[in-house]
Design a protein around this ligand. Structure first.
Ligand code: HEM
Length: 417
């Protein structure tokens, strides 16, 4: 027992986590007036929860924390698959992460923006023929096409709906129990089978993967021992590119909510003020709930700020709460893109996609991809088209993880400007 860390009572507080969702850690940080507290979750396992800039800095210290054994099996079976980069440590992680980051060159990112613009143009042709569309579903579908084109994965028009739905189900499963979780697992099995088949075709010469794409990189990458990745792991990693690009559809949907709820931001985006779309996108990623927390295990005993961390303990870092931490952000519950004019750029205080260093740590490999795709998409939505937002329920739950506006954002009368 660690006496200096505030303790939450109860043998297993998983139910409170399920019912409070994104607010579970922030509520207790406020209640205990402490950035760190101890609780029991997932069958009575001792868990330390922490948040804030200093906690994030410690959490991303590779000498103190490791990922092996941190991700629950249920998350691996639905969201991110087994043996992927998320579960690696040390040199194995560094080598695999290098490969991910090698796909994120300026040139590849500008190709991605071009693909994004083209796909929005194509989608508008269809939307102009409909009275109304559901933005969340449509943007996931656009993102799925963008993901496959950019990653070099062949996608037949007739498969588009199935593949989009599968990626969507994997993402939707992460905080779920019951049917939503099982949909995610089934989707992962089907999707992995598809990508394994594509990798087999690349390796047998039946299909040529374009150099520079994720499909090419993971099909031909050799791991620490000089061997090609086994097909399962290669498929998991290609999907670690495809699935999260589809997830950007959620941020675009929240971006549309912001444009509706804060119409002055829409005008500024339309006018194309210098740096405004970058600030707008950053504020969407700060303000709206997506990743609630991330986890790691203590690598060996250490003391931080008078608190003892015992080897093997699971520690959760509060991503959502850190982005809305009143000690770090002035007026954190107000949507103000301009706040990013003054942001100090710290890798530990704005962490919607994790913190620390991209190359040696577990910070999201696709953060630049996310920002570029969001910017291109939201600029398109404000500068190239007009639409109406009919009455609907745009509220989103803080209990449902991942959250999404109740109506999924219906827009009508879409027309080109
Ligand atoms: C890791 C969030 C988009 C690829 C992560 C982590 C979070 C995250 C929270 C874990 C950080 C940690 O545990 O320390 C998001 C969100 C996204 C997004 C909210 C918005 C849609 C993307 C995109 C890609 C991507 C577009 C790829 C193109 C990855 C990979 C990792 C990762 C490969 C594992 C990194 C590692 O373990 O070293 N992401 N991500 N993500 N993300 Fe993202």
């Amino acid at each position: 027992m660690n006496s200096s860390i505030p303790q939450e009572k109860g043998f297993d507080n998983s139910l409170a986590l399920m019912t409070e969702g994104y607010l579970y850690i922030p509520n207790r940080r406020r209640h205990f007036q402490s950035d760190i507290f101890q609780t029991h979750l997932m069958g009575g396992q001792k868990v330390i929860c922490m948040g804030g800039e200093e906690a994030a800095e410690i959490f991303y210290d590779n000498d103190k924390f490791q990922r092996q054994g941190a991700a629950p099996k249920r998350i691996q079976k639905s969201l991110f698959g087994g043996s992927g980069v998320q579960t690696l440590d040390g040199s194995a992680h560094k080598l695999r992460k290098q490969l991910f980051m090698s796909l994120m060159t300026t040139e590849r990112l500008s190709q991605l923006v071009q693909i994004t613009n083209n796909q929005w143009q194509i989608a508008i042709n269809k939307w102009e023929q409909s009275d109304e569309i559901v933005l969340f579903h449509e943007s996931e579908e656009i993102m799925c096409r963008i993901a496959c084109l950019w990653a070099g994965v062949p996608l037949w028009a007739k498969e588009l709906k199935q593949r989009t739905n599968e990626f969507s189900a994997m993402i939707d499963a992460f905080g779920a129990v019951g049917p939503r979780h099982w949909r995610g697992r089934l989707a992962r099995n089907s999707s992995e089978k598809w990508i394994r088949g594509v990798i087999d075709q690349v390796r047998s010469g039946e299909f040529t993967a374009e150099e520079g794409t994720a499909l090419h990189a993971f099909s031909w990458h050799r791991d620490v021992g000089g061997e090609l990745l086994n097909t399962h792991i290669a498929a998991v990693e290609v999907m670690n590119i495809l699935r999260p690009i589809v997830a950007i559809g959620r941020f675009i949907t929240f971006g549309a909510v912001a444009l509706h709820d804060y119409p002055e931001t829409k005008k500024k985006l339309q006018m194309g003020e210098a740096n405004y779309s970058q600030m707008f996108v950053q504020e969407v990623r700060r303000f709206y709930p997506f990743g609630p927390f991330t986890g790691a295990r203590v690598k060996s005993d250490f003391t931080w700020s008078g608190h003892n961390f015992k080897k093997g303990t699971l520690v959760l870092l509060d991503l959502y709460g850190t982005n809305l931490d009143p000690n770090l952000w002035e007026d954190p519950n107000a949507f103000k893109p301009e706040r990013f004019q003054e942001w100090d750029g710290s890798p530990f205080n704005f962490i919607p996609q994790g913190g620390g260093d991209y190359h040696i740590g577990h910070r999201c490999a696709g953060e630049w991809v996310t920002i570029e795709v969001m910017k291109a998409s939201l600029e398109f939505m404000t500068r190239k088209i007009d639409y109406e937002v009919p009455p609907q329920d745009l509220n989103f739950s803080m209990m449902r993880m991942p959250s999404i506006p109740k109506s999924r954002v219906v827009i009508s009368g879409v027309r080109r400007k």
